[in-house]
Design a protein around this ligand. Structure first.
Ligand code: GLN
Length: 242
């Protein structure tokens, strides 16, 4: 088995070491003898998304999101929408997650028209939503308890065509008001949780990998790993966050 990963916009969307999620996915696959290739797709690279099994997009500040708009609307928007409809697995974080929605209006009134791949939009708030947080994934996302870190001004509102990734147990999540966190649509996972997401949440990592492998091979299994250290980090944070 083999998984082809595309890391989109690693040059501009890489807050808090979000690329650690790609390293984590690669390592957990390699430990099981599953080959991976990672192809970076920076601004200006117009390579097609065809043939990728999993696309990762990290987070970025308002400035970076504005910088990449032109590149996005030069064809990557169509590519991403088509890949999503085709069932390609996506993991997108914060700014990268917002980018899949229809728009982001910053607190100072600047509007970024995004790509409308997911039925959601984001509006900036005066108070930033910052801190460690935790949420419980919905059953279709494996149901695990996830510990993470969020830092965003944007409040994201989900439309009826998407499901939340999970329910907030402590912290803000999508908007600090309706208790939802992230979004799920087809094989897309969107979340506000930055860098520590997958290394500290091995159950969610494996759920995402299994989603991508199942789409590619029809059925797939992942051999269990010794997650003692990962689970210890997870459980310690879960206890600390209220
Ligand atoms: N610029 C967006 C916001 O503040 C995304 C931030 C991020 O990716 N951390 O809402």
């Amino acid at each position: 088995m083999e998984l082809k990963i595309c890391h989109m916009y690693p040059d501009v969307l890489n807050l808090y070491g979000d690329r650690g999620n790609v390293m984590c996915m690669t390592q957990r696959l390699n430990w099981r003898g599953i080959e991976t290739t990672v192809r970076k797709l920076p601004i200006g690279d117009s390579a097609s998304l065809a043939g990728f099994d999993l696309v990762f997009i990290g987070g970025g500040q308002d400035f970076e999101q504005q910088v990449l708009l032109e590149d996005l609307h030069r064809g990557k928007d169509r590519e991403i929408r088509a890949a999503i409809e085709d069932g390609v697995c996506f993991l997108t974080i914060c700014g990268g997650y917002q980018m899949l929605g229809s728009y982001y209006e910053t607190y100072d009134g600047q509007r970024c028209d995004f790509i409308g791949a997911l039925d959601l939009y984001t509006v900036g708030a005066k108070e930033r939503m910052i801190g460690n947080y935790k949420f419980r994934c919905g059953p279709e996302s494996g149901g695990s308890l996830v510990v993470g870190f969020e830092n965003h001004s944007g409040k994201t509102w989900l439309g009826s065509a998407v499901q939340p990734l999970g329910t907030v147990l402590a912290g803000y999540g999508n908007n600090g008001e309706d208790g939802t966190e992230g979004a799920r649509y087809r094989n897309v996972f969107g979340t506000y949780s930055h860098g520590p997401l997958l290394p500290k949440n091995p159950a969610l990592c494996d759920h995402i990998l299994l989603t991508a492998l199942t789409r590619k091979y029809g059925r797939a299994e992942l051999a269990p790993l010794n997650d003692e250290a990962e689970n210890a980090a997870h459980d310690e944070m879960a206890e600390k966050i209220h």
